[in-house]
Design a protein around this ligand. Structure first.
Ligand code: 6YU
Length: 531
């Protein structure tokens, strides 16, 4: 997966020659309503494109989207792989039902399979995400019927449901989902048949690996318990995009003029609360790019991932961010979940099986694993998802791997990862002659310079209030002469739906609406023009 980086070798020379030229966005023509305020959106993921789309629909015409990479979509990223497609980032619409705006757009644009639109599927409710009963393979090469684990799986689902009922009133602020689950496991395991305890513990350790992937964390010990239930799971049977998740972003872009999105524009600094002149007009915000280009604006909507902000918050804004925002950026969690796609000559799994869960015998959620990443990184792999038609026609499985082990995996060569995967498949299938995968592709979200991880979670030491603080626009002074200079969107700013594509889209629309409300005459003119 090639990340196209902005910048060319001639850049320093060009900047020296033309750096004094400020790229001009037409001055604010709020009075005659022909262009509206100058608005910059930083980031062309689904939140940024969603914000631009909403503003454009409501008559705003002076919009630019600045995107650091050479592509749109951000963490929605579909690539060709094997005999079909693979999602490097987001995979499912979580909770495809009327309240979900991603589902709303996808069904309006006819991007889903007929099944996904069935009312019974929209009403489907799963206690947890999204995987159903797996086929279970153990590290001693045995296939174990999932029937054996139904009792423990049910218990596990109940614990997660119970974890979601805590609030600040009945839980300590330093409690984690991990500590809660361990307590439940310790307590309930007393009732288990002695001969089954080891197998159940190994199964639960596997479930926790999957949970770490779902929350994008190294361990559930990092996930705060009190706000766990604020993360809302919408009804609906999770579904995928037959033509790839990116088909949604591409369709959304069709509603925007071609020249709005500027690719390979790495934003270096956002100066706000200033007086930046462009001709006779003075703007409060100036955005500087790594390539020397400068844009002035009335408003900027920042949608860069929390992972990027964690690296750059201190010097990305001038003046720097208020303490509440810096605290939110520091204390909220942003971990890693990666995928490893393997194409096989022949399937080793049963024809109707879609989930392969791995059990590492001897492991337990109650025992801290040996910390030797080189030797043990692959033990963090919870299992494989079998990719199906119509996205995939080849025999392709996709492993999910979270946490520090995932970050370590990113440092290995393709050859090393492929060789480890071959050994692992041979071990778990009990077939030493299993052919190595024909091809492999993997994500590297932690080392992605403009994402620096996969998605956000409410970490121990933070709370939903930090998400709200992150979403607050600047300047904080609501009576300011020039309010709403810097607005914040992106998945990590949506308290109930963070870490999802619909949360990201909601956040972009939320900030667009903030601006639409501030300029009611622009939207009114736009709707008159439509009549
Ligand atoms: C979902 C799913 N899913 C798997 C994996 C990943 C994610 N998600 P973007 O990053 O898209 O855009 C920002 C842009 O800004 C970007 O293009 C940058 O290049 C750019 N930028 C940065 N710096 C810049 C600069 N300086 N200048 C200019 N531009 C700059 N979500 O709904 N279903 O199946 C998955 C999954 C491997 C990585 C996912 C999934 C998360 C979504 O992909 C993600 O939220 C949105 O795409 C983000 O959009 P955005 O616009 O905000 O940012 C505990 C607990 C709680 C419960 N959680 C439940 C949810 C579980 C999530 N499950 C995920 C599972 C998978 C497989």
């Amino acid at each position: 997966m090639q990340i196209i980086k902005a910048g060319v070798k001639l850049l320093p020379l060009l900047i020296a020659l033309f750096g004094h030229l400020v790229l001009q966005i037409p001055a604010q023509e709020e009075e005659n309503g022909s262009h509206g305020p100058a608005i910059l959106v930083i980031g062309a993921g689904i939140s940024g494109i969603g914000a631009a789309e909403k503003l454009h629909q409501n008559g705003f015409r002076n919009i630019k989207v600045l995107e650091a990479t050479g592509r749109t979509g951000g963490r929605i990223w579909t690539q060709k792989f094997a005999k079909g497609l693979a999602e490097v980032g987001a995979q499912w619409i979580h909770g495809p039902s009327p309240q979900n705006p991603v589902f709303g757009l996808a069904s309006r644009y006819n991007l889903l399979q007929p099944d996904a639109l069935l009312e019974e599927n929209q009403k489907f409710y799963l206690k947890s995400l999204p995987y159903g009963a797996p086929d279970v393979y153990s590290s001693s090469g045995k296939k174990i019927s999932s029937e054996k684990f139904m009792k423990v799986l049910d218990m596990y689902m109940d614990w997660l449901e119970k974890a979601a009922t805590f609030t600040n009133d009945n839980c300590s602020s330093d409690a984690s989902v991990g500590s809660f689950l361990r307590e439940e496991i310790t307590h309930r395991s007393q009732e288990w048949e002695k001969t089954m305890v080891g197998t159940y513990m190994a199964f639960l350790k596997g479930m926790l690996n999957v949970e770490d992937s779902i929350s994008g964390t190294h361990t559930q010990d990092h996930v705060a318990l009190c706000p766990f239930g604020e993360s809302t799971i919408l009804p609906g049977r999770d579904c995928t995009f037959p033509m790839g998740y990116e088909s949604l972003v591409n369709r959304m872009k069709e509603n925007l003029p071609d020249d709005i999105i500027k690719l390979n524009k790495v934003v270096k600094t956002i100066k706000w609360n200033g007086s930046f002149k462009d001709g006779d007009t003075v703007y409060p915000v100036e955005v500087q790019c790594e390539d020397g280009d400068t844009f002035v604006a009335d408003h900027v909507i920042v949608t860069v991932p929390l992972g990027f902000l964690k690296k750059r918050a201190e010097d990305f804004f001038s003046p720097s961010l208020p303490a509440s925002k810096l605290h939110a950026i520091k204390s909220l969690g942003f971990g890693t979940n990666n995928k490893i796609f393997l194409e096989l000559e022949e399937p080793f799994w049963e024809p109707n099986n879609t989930i392969i869960q791995l059990i590492w015998e001897g492991t337990s959620p109650l025992v801290e694993p040996e910390k030797d990443l080189q030797k043990n990184w692959m033990k963090k792999l919870g299992g494989f998802l079998v990719l199906e038609r119509p996205q995939q026609l080849g025999h392709v499985i996709c492993a999910f791997i979270p946490g520090e082990e995932s970050e370590y995996m990113e440092t290995l060569s393709d050859k090393e990862v492929l060789s480890t995967m071959t050994t692992l498949l041979r071990q778990f299938t009990g077939n030493p002659n299993l052919l190595p995968p024909i091809s492999m592709m993997r994500s590297k979200w932690h080392s992605h310079p403009y994402t620096a991880g996969s998605y956000s979670h409410v970490a121990v030491g933070s709370s939903g209030i930090d998400i709200d603080n992150l979403a607050e626009p600047l300047p904080e002074d609501k009576e300011s002469v020039k309010p709403l200079q810097v607005l914040f969107a992106g998945e990590a700013t949506e308290r109930n739906f963070h870490s999802t594509t619909h949360g990201a889209l909601m956040s972009g629309r939320r900030e667009a609406l903030r601006l639409i409300d501030r300029y009611p005459h622009i939207a009114a003119d736009a709707s008159k023009a439509k009549i």
